[in-house]
Every structure is written in structure tokens, then in C-alpha cells.
Design a protein around this ligand. Structure first.
Ligand SMILES: Cc1ncc(COP(=O)(O)O)c(C=O)c1O
Length: 373
């Protein structure tokens, strides 16, 4: 077991908690990682909260209008899209949350210990749903700027919320008061849960050469990379980040996990984690070929292109498609390529604003997309 139940109780603060995980993971070999991935996959397959998402296979021709002439001359042998935006609750996050919750100590299961996390996005949504369905006591600390709709959603699931301008400090205080902290992107239990998405890709497309995912704190990329490299060490893994929130890219340059300046924001909010995860950085450094950067305009164009082809994908989930459309993924000619579309949580206002719909039409739109659960 990577992270023993006892460990949960021994952490005095957030940093101590993260360092303990890193120390233990660095000692793991491929065999024990494989066992963790398999156990997580079993948990996820048995969970009523997760679904097996489809692969839209061999769809290069379907997106003809998106490719430049140059790209058409050096096309992949096959392009497929893993439709993880169709995952329950709108993103891949539930795979990791379900695995985290499988490892909770009894005191958390019986509501004697409250769970605490920090997220204004897809993790918070998946965490709230999972707490609600498992009758767990939970608290989500959100940044002060988080939209009110996010707060309302979490509270509607019976969880407490709190806004803070210094989230890390608040989390530490809650830990000191006996709460159990679950990290929203830098927890190996998340990575192992996310590995199940890679397993499904290999089941549907065994000869995949290249897998591309979005990267925020790096948790999803780590999970996919851990699993994929065990299945085929020759499979190349790429992460995609916005230029405006390039924590993992900077980490690769600097040789250590990078903390973004406080006001780093991107339209791809899911890819705007405050830092690259300490442990995620180590995994990615070892397993990921390159972090590709895309601009805000490129992300918007990708959201539009996917929407025009019937796929409602939020900016964070569309960044991989932006990287492909802009011919930024190296060396894909004649390769079997899979892009993971990772989330669909986007309000109708956000979507229609991107399409420059007149203000009076936006005003009539409901504030939450019906795609949200
Ligand atoms: C839709 C979507 N894609 C990708 C990511 C990046 O995940 P990670 O922070 O694990 O790198 C997120 C994170 O919230 C997300 O919501």
C-alpha cells in the first residue's frame, strides 16, 4: 500500500504531508506501481460513480477542416479522441477521487473525521459528489474569486465551503484541528486512479504510439504516463499547458516543481493549478517527453472547432486539440495518436461568450450548462 492509513494521521501540515508521499513514492519500483494501478482500476470499475468512456477512433478525416496543408502531408496514421469529458460529473477527476476514498481511514468513513480539500473546479465537483454519495463529512476551501455557482453546487451536496485568500494556510489550520486533507492534484492515489483512463485507451487502441493530455498540477498527466509507460515504454506522452499558466513547463526548465505567480490565470481554468505538484513533477520529468504550450487564442479556437464537430469540451479539455490544430505536437507523422479530451464543465455563459453571442442573448442563458451534473 503506497500511503498507509496511519500516514494520514501523522501529517502535521500540508508540506509535511506532501514530502512524506514523495519520499515513499521515490522508493517504489515498477512492480509495486503496477499493483497500485491494477488495484485502483478494480476499484474504479466496481464504482457506480465512474463510467468507461468511449474512444472516438480514427477521426482524422472527420476534422479535415482543422488541419493545415502542411499537416495533411504529415498526418498521423490514426487519430483518436478519448472522450473523458463524458465521464461522470464532467471530467476524469472522479476516477482519482474514487481511489482516494477507497483508502480512507475508518474515522473518516464514520464521519468522526472531516475531509478537507481545496478546489474551485472539477476536483471540487467530483469530491463533493463522492462525499455526498458515501455520506462523508467534507469541507471545500475555495479561492475568494471562485464563482458563486461553484459554492452553491458544493453546498447543495451537503458539504461546507469556505472562501479564503490564503488557502494553504487555511488547509493547515484545518489539519491542525483534526481534519484529513485530500490533495486535489498531487496525490499518488489520484495518479493511480487516473491510470485507468490510460488502461482503457490501450484496451481500445493497443498500438497507440503517442498520448497527449492537458496538464495543470500534473496529476492526470502523471497517472496516464505511469500506466502507459508500463504498458509500452515506447509510447510517447506529452502534456499541454497554457502559456499563461505554465507551471510544469517552468518546472522542467528549472529542475524542480515551480509555483506560479499568484495572478496567473488562463481561460483553461482547470489547467491553472497554483503550482506543479512536487510528486507529479518527478513522475512527469521521468515519463513525459515534453510539455507543449498553447496560447489563449489557440485554446479558444480549439473549443470552437470541437463544438462545431458536436463535442462540448471546456477550455482545459480542449488544450490538447489546440496543440494538434496548431501543429505543435512533435513527430506525429504516421503515428497512432490519442488525445484525451478531459472535461466538459463550462457554463453556457462561458461558452457563448467565446462565440461572441450578443449580450442580450447571454443574459437569457441559465448560469450553469445543462451538461453539468
Ligand atoms: C478538464 C481538466 N483537464 C485537465 C486538468 C489538469 O489536471 P491536473 O491538475 O491533474 O494536471 C484539469 C484539472 O482540474 C481539468 O479540470
Amino acid at each position: 500500500m503506497l500511503r498507509s492509513k496511519k500516514l494520514y494521521y501523522n501529517v502535521g501540515c500540508l508540506i509535511g504531508h506532501c514530502m512524506s508521499i514523495v519520499c515513499r513514492v521515490s522508493k517504489m519500483n515498477d512492480e509495486s506501481i503496477k499493483q497500485e494501478l491494477e488495484a485502483a482500476d478494480r476499484t474504479i470499475r466496481q464504482s457506480p460513480l465512474c463510467i468507461r468512456t468511449p474512444l472516438l477512433a480514427d477521426c482524422w478525416a472527420m476534422f479535415q477542416s482543422c488541419w493545415s496543408e502542411k499537416m495533411k502531408n504529415s498526418a498521423p496514421s490514426k487519430l483518436s479522441l478519448k472522450l473523458e469529458h463524458l465521464q461522470s460529473f464532467g471530467s476524469f477527476k472522479i476516477r482519482g477521487v474514487v481511489n482516494q476514498m477507497q483508502h480512507l481511514p475508518d474515522d473518516a468513513r464514520s464521519r468522526k473525521v472531516k475531509l478537507v480539500t481545496m478546489s474551485a473546479g472539477n476536483y471540487g465537483r467530483a469530491f463533493a459528489e463522492a462525499c455526498h454519495r458515501n455520506n462523508l463529512d467534507g469541507l471545500v476551501v475555495l479561492p475568494e474569486f471562485a464563482p458563486e455557482s461553484r459554492v452553491q453546487f458544493i453546498e447543495s451536496k451537503g458539504l461546507a465551503t469556505e472562501r479564503s485568500s490564503n488557502i494553504i494556510c487555511r488547509i493547515k489550520e484545518h489539519q491542525n484541528n483534526g481534519c484529513l486533507f485530500l490533495h486535489s492534484y498531487d496525490d499518488p492515489l489520484l495518479f493511480y486512479g487516473y491510470g485507468s483512463a490510460s488502461k482503457e485507451i490501450f484496451e481500445d487502441e493497443p498500438l497507440v504510439d503517442v498520448i497527449v493530455t492537458g496538464c495543470g498540477g500534473g496529476g492526470f498527466l502523471s497517472g496516464v504516463a505511469l500506466d502507459a509507460k508500463l504498458r509500452n515504454p515506447g509510447c510517447e506522452i506529452y502534456g499541454v499547458e497554457p502559456c499563461n499558466a505554465n507551471a510544469m513547463h517552468r518546472s522542467f526548465e528549472l529542475g524542480e516543481a515551480f509555483v506560479l505567480p499568484p495572478n496567473s490565470r488562463s481561460i483553461a481554468s482547470g489547467l491553472s493549478a497554483p503550482s506543479a505538484g512536487e510528486h507529479a513533477y518527478r513522475v512527469c520529468r521521468e515519463k513525459v517527453k515534453e510539455i507543449i504550450l498553447v496560447t489563449e487564442e489557440e485554446i479558444k479556437k480549439a473549443v470552437h472547432a470541437l463544438y462545431d464537430h458536436g463535442l462540448l469540451v471546456e477550455p482545459a479539455g480542449s488544450a490538447v486539440f489546440a496543440a494538434l490544430m496548431c501543429d505543435k505536437i512533435p513527430d506525429i507523422a504516421n503515428k497512432n495518436v490519442v488525445l484525451v479530451l478531459s472535461g466538459r464543465n463550462m457554463t453556457a455563459n462561458e461558452l457563448f461568450n467565446m462565440h461572441n453571442v450578443p449580450a442580450e442573448v447571454i443574459a437569457e442563458m441559465p448560469s450553469e450548462s445543462p451538461a453539468k451534473q
